[in-house]
Ligand binder design. Structure first.
Ligand SMILES: N[C@@H](CCC(=O)N[C@@H](CS)C(=O)NCC(=O)O)C(=O)O
Length: 269
């Protein structure tokens, strides 16, 4: 087997998914850390690896692969199909959960992560230096969002909306876990790897209490946290909650989100 090089950041949710997958599959890999707090993802050298300036990216057999879920599928193939359930329907379900994490969960994670953790880091960078660095971002939507949000006040409403989405996500997990032991099947699969990153982010954001209203999901999260691969995926950046998070503010935001109507249009999922 050729060497696997992973370009990743310890604090990145989508990188966590790939590290957990590597650990579950016992695949050896070389770490290439891309320090997002220094915007190493926007250096000319890294943009030759990932033209969108995002992590993770994985080099295998001399070729670079991007998109965390596609990378995990590649790793499963390298490892001979492990982490995909045996039936066709269950495999489709596992992929559906991975896509759900990409399309719904990860976007919902970004506002609380930005407001509760990253804003404090960005505040330490001089506005002109920040604007210069971020102007190199190849994705105009991200560049503009960073520029607009960096020195703006805490976006209370966006974080509350994310918390409501998290609750809707957990309701959906609860329904799945009423049918089977793990999310896609009775065996642990790629679906659980993808959603494990969600658990880790809840813990990092001081939001694990949200799970309490969902007993099956709570039990699933306890099983997930006990896995060796979960600790390996966290790596050295394993303080939970993140020391930058103001837990009193989070408690207020959770109370505010409590009782509000669902946010998700779930028809597709
Ligand atoms: N859909 C992509 C999303 C990748 C992504 O957005 N990664 C974040 C970290 S979790 C990132 O690189 N952020 C840096 C930026 O937005 O400039 C994937 O799943 O790989």
């Amino acid at each position: 087997m050729s060497e696997i090089e992973l370009f990743h950041e310890w604090g990145s949710v989508q990188s966590f998914k790939v590290r957990m997958c590597l650990a579950e599959l016992d695949l050896p890999w070389t770490s290439r850390r891309i320090d997002l707090s220094r915007f190493d993802n926007l250096t000319p050298a890294y943009l030759t690896v990932h033209p969108k300036g995002l992590v993770p990216a994985l080099r295998w057999n001399g070729e670079v692969f991007v998109e965390s879920s596609d990378i995990n599928e590649l790793l499963v193939d390298i490892a001979g199909g492990r982490l995909l359930p045996s039936s066709i329907g269950e495999r489709a379900r596992a992929r559906s959960w991975a896509r759900f994490e990409d399309e719904v969960v990860h976007p919902a994670i970004r506002p609380p992560t930005f407001n509760l953790i990253l804003k404090a880091r960005v505040a330490k960078i001089a506005p002109a230096a920040f604007a210069e660095m971020i102007s190199r971002h190849p994705l105009p939507a991200r560049r503009d969002a960073y520029l607009a949000a960096a020195h703006a006040p805490f976006d209370h409403a966006a974080v509350v909306t994310s918390i409501r989405t998290f609750r809707d996500v957990m309701a959906m997990m609860e329904r799945a876990l009423a049918e089977r032991h793990w999310l896609a099947a009775d065996s642990f699969s790629l679906a659980d790897v993808a959603m494990a990153a969600f658990v880790d982010r809840l813990d990092r954001l001081a939001m694990p209490a949200l799970l309490a209203a969902f007993p099956r999901t709570s039990d699933w999260a306890t099983r997930i946290r006990a896995l060796k691969s979960f600790a390996e995926a966290q790596g050295p950046d394993n303080a939970r909650p993140d020391p930058l998070v103001n837990t009193a503010v989070v408690a207020t935001l959770i109370a505010e989100a409590h009782g509000q109507a669902p946010t998700l249009e779930m028809e597709r999922f």
